[in-house]
Design a protein around this ligand. Sequence first.
Ligand code: DX5
Ligand code: ZN
Length: 215
Amino acid sequence: MLIAPSFLSCDFSKLGEELVRMDKAKADLIHLDVMDGHFVPNITFGAPVIKWARPYTKLPFDVHLMISEPHRYIKDFADAGADIITFHVECDSDINKTLDLIESYNIKSGLVIKPNTPASAVFPYIDRLYMVLVMTVEPGFGGQSFMADMLPKVAEIKEYAKSIGKEILVEADGGINGETIGACAKAGIDICVSGTGVFKAEDAAKAISELKEIK
Ligand code: DX5
Ligand code: ZN
């Protein structure tokens, strides 16, 4: 199980130090939540902030786009240093064209499903994805409660991928902490995003190692 602290919960007045802190705490990736105030009712940051953040760590940047028209901004996020770009299957962009764009920059791609979206929504694209991100809260804000009833989607996704001879990573995002990560591990999740659970912990290294130990 890999742990991806969500940058959204960091102290933005010391963004660089916060990334160095996560690096030292042995995070596996950094999850970056981009929100446009349209696809979700909140605005966070865009490509320029990711570009400023990029020099502070070599950890992969896992960029989660909660924006209505991701295809318009893929180049910006590629230039900013994204390693993985995930966007929502519920967005207004053409999914295959957006995946083409991400691939054209040699960046790993993923599709995200909101709680009310069935796992089957990503099946038509699964052969070309690196990852599927299953939201375990309604996207928009950190610090919400984990929705355990999303977990059966993980097996559905893995089974479908297997049936077409494809290996896929499944990431879960929202409300993951020491109390909820055990269920994620049992469900077969590969990467867990944790914002509040890691950034707001007194000792991030301890929080990450504890999260990884829970089976
Ligand atoms: C929610 C974001 C999450 C969120 C996770 O829209 O996609 O990544 O920041 O934060 P916690 O772990 O606090 O739920
Ligand atoms: Zn996210």
